[in-house]
Design a protein around this ligand. Structure first.
Ligand SMILES: [Zn+2]
Length: 170
């Protein structure tokens, strides 16, 4: 019974992760648009880029609101770029891929998904602007060091920080 309960919890957490992934993708879209411009993240309500209409809750449901509104602003009818559904779908694909490739009960799968999302935002920003914002690279660096401390196998923490393996190779 214990294993069955644990498995149910694992499936529930994985389903929750996939259900949240489009919302995380929407947030990644905010990071991708605002970080390179030096704009604040999370303090400003989402608005239509054409008429600056503040989006209501029904207009903020990832993928669904885009489909229901047929890719247009509800207030002014301006086309909403494919960027928004694309980043929401890609973030969902990153989560699904990590869940498929990870061992069934691995506790590291959630960290892997988180790192995948950060790398997705970084690669998107890099592709568009040739920038890698410190606001994303520094947490990624810290996460890598923490993973080095938690994982029993693999290179030592010192090797991970210095980039040198004990046998002298880099
Ligand atoms: Zn509008």
């Amino acid at each position: 019974m214990q294993a069955r309960g644990t498995s149910g919890t694992t499936h529930g957490m994985r389903f929750l992760l996939l259900a949240l992934a489009p919302f995380i993708g929407s947030f990644l879209g905010v990071l991708i648009r605002r970080l390179p411009r030096g704009e604040p993240v999370g303090m400003d309500r989402s608005r239509c880029e054409a008429c600056h209409h503040t989006l209501g809750p029904a207009e903020l449901i990832p993928l669904l609101s885009y489909a229901v509104q047929r890719g247009r602003c509800r207030a002014c009818g301006a086309r909403i770029g494919l960027f928004h559904p694309a980043i929401e779908l890609t973030a969902t694909a990153v989560a699904a891929l990590a869940l498929m490739l990870a061992a069934p009960a691995s506790p590291f799968v959630y960290g892997t998904v988180l790192l995948g999302w950060i790398l997705l935002a970084l690669s998107w920003i890099d592709f568009e602007t040739f920038l890698l914002p410190d606001a994303l690279t520094l947490p990624l660096l810290l996460a890598g060091v923490v993973e080095g401390c938690v994982l029993a196998d693999g290179p030592s923490l010192l090797s991970r920080i210095t980039g040198r393996w004990p046998d002298g190779r880099c």
